[in-house]
Design a binder for this molecule. Structure first.
Ligand code: NI
Length: 380
């Protein structure tokens, strides 16, 4: 149905390299935004007036009546010094597109160009979301608050996947990327002489017991068919050998693929912290930071996603879930949708200073999204 011709493929690769040379961090994507605005303008694709500082919302309106769906890309880079040998390597010291968001942006630009040329195939409208600030998990929320998803029926997206070959797309319903939560737990006691512990309330004892006992929440409170990890990554308390400190601070993260497990864990972690502290006559300050929800793909769209991949001439593979977070999750909390892994045959994983990808995947991604949009709107 859609084919990116050689000329457009070359052009999109050049555009990706432009973005790659000029990486910008979260909420600072001013040049990236200007570039995308210009490129969309060159193809006569209208930009919607959402009043965004960075990021762009564009729209291709079909010739036939129908609902609106959205296709999203992120556009921000990372504070990483690039260590690849590519000729278009980052020209900004200490910043790099090390997660391939430059690739995501030009891929959906490609889909917009394809659909704009064949509006007769569209039974509705496709909104293209070029989202800022994914790496700090704030961009999606910012756009939802701006009303970008109002009246949008479903949202679709992707992340590049270095371990999948170009031409393959990973598909899985329900949990694809984990929820990410942060916690900080302060056990408060009474400090004092290490030789006279009976006159203290020792927070090191509380913290030690908590570190080992907290894993029993995974073993005994989480359903056998669910999965989660609790990682305590920092313990701070005391500064010498002969004084019992008055507090110990623990930090860490919880990852899971099920909302139910997420709620169970936070509630039991809090209970256990309270009872541990109280059992020793101390007190606890339990801080839970709900950072990112699960990327929870809607089963209702799995079939059309699979069909679109095949129709575009590519291969469906089963997606392996990933414990990293992705703020596309916010959109899926709001409306249904589907997020896929796009094979890019990269030498290194995300956020690595030698991260790179095979640019042939731009064509695959653009053709997939254009085909998907037509099919989803036809079914709607
Ligand atoms: Ni990323």
């Amino acid at each position: 149905m859609f084919k990116i011709n050689e000329e457009l493929a070359k052009d999109l690769i050049e555009k990706r390299r432009d973005l790659h040379r000029n990486p910008e961090l979260a909420f600072e994507e001013f040049n990236t935004t200007e570039h995308l605005k210009k490129w969309l303008g060159e193809h006569g694709i209208p930009i919607l007036p959402f009043g965004l500082e960075t990021g762009i919302i564009a729209e291709v309106r079909g010739e036939h009546e129908g609902p609106t769906i959205a296709i999203r890309s992120d556009i921000d880079a990372l504070p990483i010094k690039e260590e690849t040998d590519v000729p278009f390597r980052s020209e900004i010291d200490g910043k790099m597109h090390a997660c391939g968001h430059d690739f995501h942006a030009v891929s959906i630009l490609g889909a917009a160009i394809l659909l704009n040329e064949q509006k007769d195939l569209l039974h509705g409208t496709v909104r293209f979301i070029f989202q800022p600030a994914e790496e700090v998990a704030q961009g999606a929320k910012y756009l939802v608050d701006k009303g970008v998803l109002n009246d949008v029926k479903a949202v679709f997206g992707m992340h590049n996947k270095p371990d999948l070959p170009v031409g393959t797309i990973g598909v899985k319903s329900n949990g694809l990327m984990a929820s990410v939560d942060k916690f900080e737990i302060t056990f408060n006691g009474i400090g004092g002489h290490a030789g006279i512990p009976s006159s203290t309330i020792d927070p090191i004892i509380m913290a030690s017991q908590y570190v080992t006992n907290v894993q029993s929440i995974i073993a005994r409170r989480i359903d056998l068919f669910h999965n989660a990890v609790i990682s305590i990554t920092s313990i701070n308390g005391g500064n010498t050998w002969n004084v019992i400190p008055d507090k110990v601070v623990l930090q860490g993260t919880v990852r899971t693929f099920q909302q139910e497990a997420r709620e169970t864990i936070s509630s039991y972690m809090k209970k256990l912290a309270q009872t541990t502290a109280e059992g020793h006559g101390g007190a606890v300050d339990f801080q839970w930071d709900s950072y990112l929800p699960v990327v929870n793909n809607s089963e209702e769209y799995e079939e059309v996603v699979r069909e679109a991949i095949k129709e575009a001439g590519y291969e469906v593979v089963n997606a392996v879930p990933n414990a990293g977070g992705e703020d596309f999750a916010y959109y899926l909390n709001y409306i249904p949708g589907f997020f896929v892994w796009m094979g890019v045959d990269g030498p290194k994983e995300w956020h690595h200073p030698e991260f790179d990808l095979n640019e042939e995947a731009i064509k695959v991604a653009a053709e997939y999204f254009a085909t998907l949009a037509v099919k989803v709107l036809k079914n709607a």
